[in-house]
Every structure is written in structure tokens, then in C-alpha cells.
Design a protein around this ligand. Structure first.
Ligand code: ATP
Ligand code: MG
Length: 413
């Protein structure tokens, strides 16, 4: 992809926001703040978010089937479960007289989807033979947060993967719950934050009277504090520690909640009267669980954790491109031709390349932007590189001249 299609503001003045991720993602042209807690994903940012969500999707496909639920819901669904009064609910209604005249209804804008999926499951899956099953979606959620802050860490509109599972018995649900837990461990490993992410015992919040498990990632700008048992690689949140555990044995750490899983039991099925017919022909309540991952928050956490004074350092698996190509000396015809040849060869090898062939932009500025954007490999074509290219990995200080074939091999390794 050529630089010209990216919507990057190259003259952006240094502006510091309230967190590293907000600053670097906006300076680097990944996201643009539309209003407090609401961001646009520009082409670069959208690529990163998609890579994160595709990793989540690949792992989720092992335990559930993907679908998509609506953002709008009738208020009645939220009344049915008693969650109509939770303090983060948004409502949508006609914005002007003409619109209200056409339809004066108002709707809940979903902050989560237990209310939507449960009555659907109730219509379709009614026998013990239909259980267990699990469905998930990756979608935008809306919550009226009091204080949106820290860029992608806390928004009023954000992305979430949510999985819902349905079971005949509590035992079967808990079995599956453990399976999903290990899938979550795999996901955070693949996203590059496994070592710093701790399964944390927590209370159930608005979702369930039971316990729940949070996935908490060590992160200075996170809003949570958990008590970590490093040896066992698990943690307890403050509420649990206050009730049950001796604080002295754990090390307190600032963290950010990247995921949360809830053994819901029969709270939602009972609220809507969702039962299944058992083998004896009797009606039994369906046992449920739900499982969230904040995919846009993960993107923010990755930037908080992987950066230096020059910019972002993306883990290769979520980087927007594999190579950031920079053509210098664009006033030299030979260099321009050589640049085109290199780009073409990289693309023929199916390498994802961001290609900076702007003329009239200084070498210093181009190289600084490459560091800011944080793609794993930087490749320079200039008057000096001849038939070779000059390469540097994002964290390295040394550059070296290599042949294109060698570069392709290294990048694909
Ligand atoms: P928090 O305690 O941070 O407010 P929560 O416990 O209310 O989050 P859940 O209902 O458990 O959030 O949602 C599942 C996941 O969605 C969270 O683990 C988090 O990763 C993400 N998430 C929740 N709220 C936000 C938000 N306002 N902005 C970005 N991501 C969020
Ligand atoms: Mg939570």
C-alpha cells in the first residue's frame, strides 16, 4: 500500500494526550478522536484492529460459531432481565421532529448481548439434543462511561468479542468454561501479552451473582489493581482479596482488564423463561455462561506496553504491515525506478508493504515516521543502496545492506 492512501497527517505537531496509546496512535495516524471516548479507525489502525480480531476469531472458531447481533434493541428485552437501570445504558431515538414523526420509538444501544442472544436461543434450541452450543460475535459496544480516558483503554464506543454458551447442566457449563479459559490463554499468548496477563478471580458485576474471571494485563496506565501470585501465574482482584486472601503473600500491580468470563448459571434463562426438554420430557432451565474480550482495548494495551521514545513497536503478528519501505532521493530517476522494482518484488512475494515514495519530504522525517508507526522491518532504497536494500528491524540500532531475496526470507521467517 502506498503512503498516499493512508490519511496520515505528516505535519502533525507534537501533541501529548493523557496516555501513551492515545498519543502514539494519533500521532502515527492510526486513529482519530471523533469525540471523548469515540475514535475513528483510520486505514492503518483498522488493519491493526483487524489483525487482533482475526487472531481472536481463529481461536474462537475452536469453541463457537460466529454470528452478528444488532446494536439496537427494544427496551423490553432489558426490562425482562432487570438490567434496564444499569448506569451505562445508552438510548437511541429520533433526533429531530421529522424523524420522530416517522417513528417515535426509542431503543437501547446494546452494551452487551445476553439480552439479545437468550431469547433467540430460546426459539431455536429447545431440546437436550440441541445442547450444548456456543456462538460469538465481534462487534461494537456502547456504554455511557462516566469518564472515557486513556485512548482506546476506556471508550464510550468500543470493540468487543463476546461468546455465549448454553448447557443442560452446571457441570457441563463449568467444563466448557475451563476450556474457554485455556483458549483465552492461547489468544493472549498469540497477541504477545501472555506472560503479563493473569487470570484473576473477581466478583460477577452486573452479570451474575457468582464469581467471574478477569484477564488482567500488567499496564501502568490501567485502572485496576490486582494481587498477583507470580508463581501460580494467577491473581485476585481487590474485592476478593479484601474478603478472602492474605494480601501479604501477593504483589500488587497496576493492570488493565482485557477480558472477562462469567459463569452466568440460570440468571438470564430464568429471566426470559428459557428451558429445554430433558430426556424424561421435563422442562429444565438452560445453564449459560458469557465471555468477553475487549479487542480495541487490547490494541491500546499493546501500544502502552510496546513502545520507546521514538514510537510504537508492534509485535509482528498485529503490525499493520510487515515492511515499511522508504524511498529516499526521489529527485533521482534511478532511485525511483529501483524503488518501484523493489516494491513490485516484495508484493509478488505477498509481503505486506507500506511504501513511502513521497517526494519533497526529508529523509529525517520519513525515517522518524517509520519509527513512530512501528512496523517490524524498515527497508530503505536510496542513491547509496544500488541493487541491494538497507534494512533495519524496529528495535535495532544498526542497519545493513542485503539482497532482496535474503530480505524476503528473513521477513517470512
Ligand atoms: P471495566 O471494569 O474496565 O469497566 P467491565 O468489567 O465493565 O470493564 P466487561 O463487561 O467485563 O467490562 O466487558 C468485557 C471486556 O470489554 C472487558 O474485559 C474489557 O476488555 C472490554 N471493555 C469494557 N468496557 C470497555 C470500555 N469502556 N472501553 C474499552 N473496552 C472495554
Ligand atoms: Mg469486566
Amino acid at each position: 500500500m502506498r503512503y498516499s492512501s493512508l490519511m496520515i497527517k505528516t505535519n502533525k505537531e507534537a501533541h501529548e494526550f493523557d496516555s501513551v496509546n492515545a498519543t502514539l496512535l494519533q500521532k502515527g495516524g492510526f486513529i482519530e478522536r471523533t469525540m471523548a471516548g469515540v475514535y475513528t479507525y483510520l486505514p492503518l489502525g483498522w488493519r491493526v484492529l483487524n489483525k487482533i480480531e482475526n487472531i481472536i476469531r481463529e481461536e474462537m472458531d475452536k469453541v463457537g460459531t460466529e454470528m452478528l447481533m444488532p446494536a439496537l434493541a427494544p427496551r423490553q428485552l432489558w426490562q425482562q432481565t432487570g438490567r434496564q437501570d444499569i448506569d451505562i445504558l445508552f438510548m437511541a431515538s429520533g433526533a429531530n421532529e421529522a424523524s420522530i414523526k416517522k417513528n417515535n420509538a426509542s431503543y437501547i444501544i446494546n452494551p452487551s448481548h445476553e439480552e439479545i442472544i437468550t431469547p433467540i436461543a430460546q426459539k431455536i434450541k429447545t431440546s437436550y439434543k440441541d445442547l450444548p452450543f456456543a456462538v460469538y460475535q465481534i462487534q461494537t459496544k456502547f456504554r455511557n462511561e462516566e469518564r472515557p480516558k486513556s485512548g482506546l483503554l476506556r471508550g464510550r464506543e468500543f470493540r468487543m468479542k463476546d461468546l455465549y454458551s448454553f448447557h443442560a447442566t452446571e457441570e457441563d457449563m463449568l467444563d466448557f468454561y475451563e476450556k474457554v479459559k485455556s483458549v483465552y490463554v492461547k489468544i493472549f499468548d498469540r497477541l504477545g501479552i501472555g506472560a503479563d496477563t493473569f487470570i484473576t478471580q473477581a466478583t460477577g458485576g452486573d452479570f451474575t451473582a457468582n464469581f467471574s474471571h478477569e484477564f488482567q494485563t500488567i499496564c501502568e496506565s490501567g485502572e485496576d489493581t490486582v494481587y498477583i501470585d507470580k508463581q501460580a501465574h494467577k491473581a485476585y482482584n481487590k474485592e476478593i482479596v479484601d474478603q478472602e486472601v492474605d494480601k501479604a503473600n501477593f504483589c500488587a500491580s497496576r493492570t488493565c482488564e482485557v477480558g472477562n468470563i462469567f459463569p452466568l448459571g440460570t440468571k438470564y434463562s430464568e429471566a426470559v423463561g428459557y428451558t429445554y426438554t430433558d430426556q424424561q420430557g421435563k422442562q429444565q432451565p438452560v445453564v449459560m455462561a458469557s465471555y468477553g474480550i475487549g479487542s480495541s482495548r487490547v490494541m491500546g494495551v499493546l501500544v502502552e506496553k510496546f513502545n520507546d521514545e521514538n514510537g510504537i513497536i508492534w509485535p509482528a503478528q498485529v503490525a499493520p504491515f510487515q515492511i515499511h519501505g522508504v524511498v529516499l532521493n526521489m529527485d533521482n530517476k534511478g532511485t525511483v525506478t529501483q524503488g518501484e522494482r523493489v516494491l513490485q518484488q516484495l508484493e509478488e512475494n505477498e509481503i505486506e508493504v507500506l511504501w513511502d515514495d513521497r517526494s519533497g519530504v526529508s529523509a529525517g522525517k520519513k525515517l522518524a515516521e517509520a519509527d513512530l508507526i512501528g512496523i517490524p522491518w524498515r527497508v530503505v532504497v536510496s542513491k547509496k543502496t544500488g541493487e541491494q536494500v538497507e534494512v533495519k528491524q524496529r528495535k535495532a540500532t544498526e542497519t545493513k545492506l542485503i539482497n532482496l531475496e535474503e530480505l524476503v526470507g528473513q521477513v517470512n521467517k
